[in-house]
Structures are given as structure tokens and as C-alpha cells.
Design a protein around this ligand. Structure first.
Ligand code: GDP
Ligand code: IMO
Ligand code: MG
Length: 424
């Protein structure tokens, strides 16, 4: 039998590109949807039939009752938040049991990891990362330090392991002089969440996924965050703490590189970033406010304002390179309706120097733009690319030529239905 493939669907900028929506649209084509990185720092929005869901840890393939969804070993999971998210889906009528499998090797986010996240951010002062406060950094640090707790630990002797790690965290917090916190209620829910998680299939997902591949089944790997937030390739230290790239798919699911098929890179027709860190295309003016307003660019997890700017070809080229992107997906094209001129960042400049390759440190660089004519038509009602206005077609053709990669899917609105698959 022909071996199945793992296609990767990756955010290739600063996250929030619209991964949840596209995973949901793609799910019918696959047998399995698997998350390989991140945790509840993610907020993936799915809208259909007038309903809206924001998923944090549960893969966006969950709305198709016939599919298996997997939380892979590269993920981190907070039992209390997982329970809340699962309850919401169950209340909406989705049955998760037996079709949501969680890796025993995924790491657990403890309540005290979240306190540590706040404490480390406070200690950084004006250099803070602007994390989501979900304990992501401390949990992945502990994974690397070989002191973390994993999902598999809840199956045996958990109470003692939990108490020991919590005590260690409390000691660190005392050393940091960060003692003004109370996790009593949070911990109660968290322990309830641990109990709740036991009802799910806690498995060796890497073995399971490779078995599916051997059976000829196809897997969609759902990215979280984006390449510019990747621990290796992002704008370090203003990044998240996991591998959000194609390499992360292999380590975060336990599948070999020869199993990877298509690599879909998702980006928006403009750029956003939430949290601190360099952002050469940032528009601190009316245009930036206008994009935020029209695009509803407020964080799905934290409600924070997302910083907005024009599309960044330097970042996109870099992301296409490190991920081996084979197809691009452009989201939120409709948000640019009505702009007289659209700009695209084609290079960065600093102190008279101009670069088109991503610099080691993106701090202090400003964008060099190329202007393109905008369009005045309403894209949200369009159902086929033949209906696209000429200026929008030119924008697409310009991006494809610059990026040497085809844009095969174009999104013109938040609903599942507002997705145009191009004839190629
Ligand atoms: P993710 O983290 O990559 O899954 O993206 P988020 O869900 O955090 O943010 C994307 C936001 O854009 C969500 O509110 C989506 O409902 C919305 N969205 C997705 N695609 C489109 C689109 O083509 N047009 C518009 N206007 N909104 C979109
Ligand atoms: P999705 O999957 C956008 C950002 C945070 C912060 C930095 C580190 O919805 O695209 P962390 O809590 O991970 O330690 O924060 O990364 N960040 C995201 N920004 N979308 C996300 O996920 C993000 N997950 C983390 O704002 O700047
Ligand atoms: Mg998001």
C-alpha cells in the first residue's frame, strides 16, 4: 500500500494568519489532524454557519466527526484550559472521546509555570517579550532542562511528582522575590483537569501516527504561532519557545522528513504582530489603525491590540526558505478593500545599508516599500478568482513573482465558505 503523507500547514509570519480557518476547510481531505507545537498560547478561530469557536490546544479538525485529532509530543498542555475548551465543544454537541488522542510525551503546564511566566516577564522590565502568560516559556525551558512533567506522568504516581515540581517552582519564585500570587482556585481546576484528561486516549502518538502513514492515511499537521516566532528562526528573544517550522513537524509528531508532502505557508495580505519585538513594517499611523479596525486585529487569546503593517516580503522569503514552503495561502485579502494604494515591503534599510535577506537582528531596520494600486471592489462576496478585480489580480501576481511560490488559496472573509481555491 502507498505510504500516507504529512502535509504541514504553517503560519509563516507572526501568528494569527488564519491557520484555524484553513485547517477546518482542509480537514475533509485528510484522515488525521495533528498539532505539533505550542499550547494554549495559540488561538485558532473557526467560523461556520454563524457559529464561532476559538481553539487553543485542540486541533481545528475537531468539527469533522469522522476524523482523528492528535495533540502531539511537541505540544505543551494545561489540563484546566484543555478541560474548559473540551467542555465548550461538548456543550456545542461535538463528541471528542475516542477521536482526540494526546501524546504521553507532551509536557504539562503547571499553574506555577504560569506564575513563573509572569515573574520572568516582570523581571525583564522594558525588555519583556509580551508573552501570552500561559506558562509556555517556563514549560519548554523545563522540558529542555529535563525537569518537566509529561502527560504520561499523570498515569502513575502523579501526586508526588506534582508536589515535588510545584515545590521547586515555589522555591524559584521565592528566590525571585515574587511571592504575591495565589493559585488556590487555579490549582483546584487544574487538578480537576488532570482527572478529566484521564478519560481521553493518552497514547504514544508517534507510533500511532506512523501506523496511520503505513496504512496509507494522510495527516495534516496544524501549525501554531508562526515562523517569525520560532525559537530558532524568529526574532529572538522576542519569540515563543517552540519549533513552529517544518522541522518542528518532524520532532513534534515523531515523523520522518520523507513523510512530509506539501508545506502550506499561510500569510495575511498585510502583516500583524502581537507582543513586543522588532516589526519593521509596523504602521503607527492612521493606516495601521484602519487595518486593525477593518481586520478586527485584536488577540484571540489576550484581547490585546495587534500591531499592523503592510506585507513583508523579506520575512516571507525567509520563512518560505526555512520551511521549504511549496504553496502559499493568502488570508484576509478583503481587509485591503478600498485602499487607494497598497504597499509591500521589498527590503529593510538601516544606516544607509539595504538588505533583502533577513538580518540576524531585525531591531532598528525600517521598511523599503513598493507601491501598488489598490482595488475598490468588495472581495467578500466573490466566489471564484475570475471575479477578482484587476488590481487584486496584479497584487497576487506581484507576490507570486517576488516569492517564487504559487498562491493556491485565497481567503476573502472569516467564514469557511469564503475560501477560493484557485484553478491551476
Ligand atoms: P490563527 O491563530 O492563525 O488560527 O488565526 P486567528 O484565529 O488568531 O486570527 C485570524 C482572524 O481572522 C480570526 O478572527 C478569523 O476569523 C479571521 N479571518 C480568517 N480569515 C479571514 C479572511 O479571509 N477575512 C477576514 N476578514 N477575516 C478572516
Ligand atoms: P497562534 O497559533 C500570535 C506571541 C506572544 C509573544 C510571544 C511569546 O494563534 O497564531 P508565549 O506566550 O508563546 O511565550 O509568547 O509569542 N504569540 C503569538 N502571537 N499568535 C499566536 O498563536 C501566538 N502565540 C504566541 O504574543 O509575543
Ligand atoms: Mg491566533
Amino acid at each position: 500500500m502507498k505510504q500516507g503523507k504529512v502535509d504541514a500547514l504553517l503560519g509563516i509570519v507572526f501568528g494569527d494568519e488564519g491557520k484555524g480557518k484553513v485547517v477546518d476547510v482542509f480537514t475533509p481531505r485528510y484522515d488525521v489532524v495533528a498539532r505539533f507545537a505550542g499550547g494554549p498560547n495559540a488561538g485558532h478561530t473557526i467560523i461556520f454557519e454563524g457559529k464561532k469557536f476559538v481553539l487553543r490546544s485542540i486541533p481545528s479538525g475537531i468539527f469533522d466527526e469522522d476524523k482523528i485529532n492528535v495533540i502531539g509530543n511537541g505540544c505543551v498542555i494545561a489540563p484546566d484550559l484543555f478541560m474548559a475548551e473540551a467542555h465548550e465543544l461538548e456543550a456545542a454537541g461535538y463528541n471528542l472521546r475516542n477521536r482526540l488522542h494526546i501524546s504521553k510525551r507532551a509536557h504539562l503546564i503547571l499553574p506555577t509555570h504560569r506564575v513563573l511566566d509572569r515573574a520572568y516577564e516582570a523581571a525583564k522590565g522594558k525588555n519583556r517579550v509580551g508573552t501570552t502568560g500561559k506558562g509556555i516559556g517556563p514549560t519548554y525551558s523545563e522540558k529542555a532542562s529535563r525537569t518537566g512533567l509529561r502527560v504520561g506522568d499523570i498515569l502513575e504516581g502523579f501526586d508526588a511528582k506534582y508536589a515535588a515540581l510545584k515545590a521547586r517552582h515555589e522555591q524559584i519564585l521565592r528566590n525571585l522575590n515574587y511571592t504575591d500570587y495565589d493559585i488556590t482556585e487555579e490549582e483546584r481546576l487544574w487538578l480537576q483537569g488532570v482527572e478529566y484528561m484521564r478519560q481521553f486516549q493518552l497514547t504514544d502518538t508517534e507510533i500511532e501516527l506512523n501506523r496511520y502513514l503505513a496504512e496509507g492515511k494522510n495527516i495534516l499537521a496544524e501549525g501554531a504561532q508562526g515562523t517569525m516566532l520560532d525559537i530558532d528562526h524568529g526574532t529572538y528573544p522576542f519569540v515563543s519557545s517552540s519549533s513552529t517550522t517544518t522541522g518542528g513537524v518532524c520532532t513534534g509528531l515523531g515523523v520522518g522528513p520523507s513523510s512530509i508532502g506539501e508545506v502550506f505557508g499561510i500569510f495575511k495580505a498585510y502583516s500583524t504582530r502581537v507582543g513586543a519585538g522588532p516589526f519593521p513594517v509596523e504602521l503607527l499611523d492612521e493606516t495601521g489603525d484602519r487595518i486593525r479596525e477593518i481586520g478586527h486585529e485584536y488577540g484571540a487569546v489576550t484581547g490585546r491590540n495587534r500591531r499592523c503593517g503592510w506585507v513583508d516580503l523579506v520575512a516571507l522569503k525567509y520563512a518560505i526558505m526555512v520551511n521549504g514552503v511549496t504553496q502559499l495561502i493568502m488570508m484576509k485579502s478583503d481587509v485591503l478593500d478600498g485602499f487607494e494604494t497598497i504597499r509591500a515591503c521589498v527590503a529593510y534599510q538601516k544606516d544607509g545599508q539595504r538588505v533583502t535577506d533577513m538580518p540576524y537582528d531585525t531591531q532598528g531596520w525600517t521598511a523599503v516599500y513598493q507601491d501598488l494600486p489598490g482595488w475598490q471592489e468588495d472581495l467578500t462576496q466573490m466566489t471564484a478568482e475570475e471575479q477578482f478585480p484587476e488590481a487584486f489580480r496584479n497584487y497576487i501576481a506581484f507576490l507570486e513573482a517576488e516569492l517564487h511560490t504559487p498562491i493556491t488559496i485565497i481567503s476573502v472573509g472569516p467564514d469557511r465558505a469564503q475560501t477560493i481555491i484557485r484553478n491551476r
